[in-house]
Ligand binder design. Sequence first.
Ligand code: O2Y
Ligand code: MN
Length: 599
Amino acid sequence: MINKKLAAWVEEMRALCTPDRVHWCDGSKAEYDRLADETVAVGAANRLDPERWPHCLLFRSDPSDVARVEERTFICSKTREDAGPSNNWMDPDEMKTLMRKSYRGCMKGRTLYVIPYSMGPIGSPIANIGVEITDSPYVVVNMHVMTRVGTKVLEALGEDGEFVRAMHSVGAPLAPGQKDSSWPCNPDIQQKFITHFPDTREIWSYGSGYGGNALLGKKCHALRIASVQARDEGWLAEHMLIIKLTNPAGKSIYVAAAFPSQCGKTNFAMMEPTLPGWKVETIGDDICWMKPGPDGRWRAINPEAGFFGVAPGTSMKSNPNAVRTVQRNTIFTNCVLTPDQGVWWEDMTDAPPSKGVDWQGNEWTPASGKKGAHPNARFTAPASQCPVIAPEWEDPAGVPISAILFGGRRASVVPLVTEAFNWQHGIFLGSIMGSEMTAAAFGTVGTLRRDPMAMLPFCGYHMGDYLAHWLRAGQMTSPDKLPRFYYVNWFRKSADGKWLWPGFGENSRVLKWIFERLEGRSEATRTPIGQVPAAGTLDLSGLDLDPENQTELLSVDRAAWLAEIADIRRYYAKFGGHLPRELAEELDAMERRLKEKSP
Ligand code: O2Y
Ligand code: MN
């Protein structure tokens, strides 16, 4: 028996969008294969060489539709105040009136697909169900990979279960006889809308078919809507990867880590440690939902079932496990098509192919000096194919988190690793984290964008209230069960602009120090900003690091931090009365410590 609210909602949207057909997705392999064949038959996708790239597809998007669009993303909570200063806001009724006009008749000539999906293993107490309506077969096949889709979800939903309503249209109706484009969308940026109604747990997306704008289970549901559900229900929905870390003695812990977009989260989540005997296994590469478990520890699941990773820069050097993951059953978007029906992207191999077809469908050679793949080209691959996926990655009970890492790209000021003094101080460190921009899309390259807990673009309510929720979370379990916080920075540079830290697999050295801190086996030195590794406790064996660099990596430059304080005060002022008093006190306390003669 179909869920009554679902049946009514689908009928309402069908009547509004007037598609030619309605298809309820069952989530089967046959369904995936049929849709894949259809996209190839109409010229929307290329099938890659079945010998070398079995069951892989390549799509090319419209040049206007290549990434998330923050400026067209709205949080339509009841009041502007609820959405806070970091979100675009519009009154929910006004937004719906406006968007209904766009949705009216928008699926003419197309199929309306109903995709029941579960974020998290079906039946897990931490998982949550959504239903996406879309007119994009690209979205359907991607949702098959990124979430658990189909009849089994409808069964779990039952007749009266609640679900997140995720409405999507590419916004490109077809007149009778009109030939479809290979990437239908509304190319006018002002006509793209990625809107969220957190109070009613709804998402309405229009005009874009790309990634986070269209695969609504990911950023829209699992972060923006879920962060509000988590606030209301007493749990945490975070922009964090999750790894399992095992020491040479075979003891394992689980670590979550928040890094802003473009900071190498997927690489870190699949890292091959350089330290002998240490092992990193993947639970998730982007999103983490955590609830207090029956044992009083914070238990985490990866709500996703696949990876939607950035292709350019992914190589056997930077992330061999991602390269191995995407060899089959993978959907590529905006990569180069090689003459042998394979895919390529910048920095995938030392030598580029002699020629190919670029992401815009034009003949391309490396000598052209142009990029062949779009910088935000993507692979969509099943998590189960990752060679280092942890066996328990789908455990419905989740995994207990021992440590939470925060980090960003900071060329100066922030040491390699700093341990927070306590929960409140950890939230403070998470609230001041940020990254120096690498893409002009988000501001001037090199300028610092503060991004508390990497959630700035993904929090469905006021960031000040969000930080207050984190402080409350510290009271939800006994203090000895709480994870500890670490602020990390792999991107520090010397005065002459050279990287001080090699990064990648060498980051396992920092993980080893954290592991040993949690076991009470490693020493730390107290500084005004937190605890840094005591001399000799960070394992640098076999690493050819200049002793001066070693000192600089862990140094706390008081003058630079005092300048940072002034910037944080300006940043905090944006939160107005929503800034938790505890965080203002932490800032004052850090300033006092920095001005004291000794730590
Ligand atoms: O550009 C997009 O639509 C994707 S953005 C994305 C994808 C996977 C994981 N993280 C992100 C992000 O922006 O944080
Ligand atoms: Mn992300």
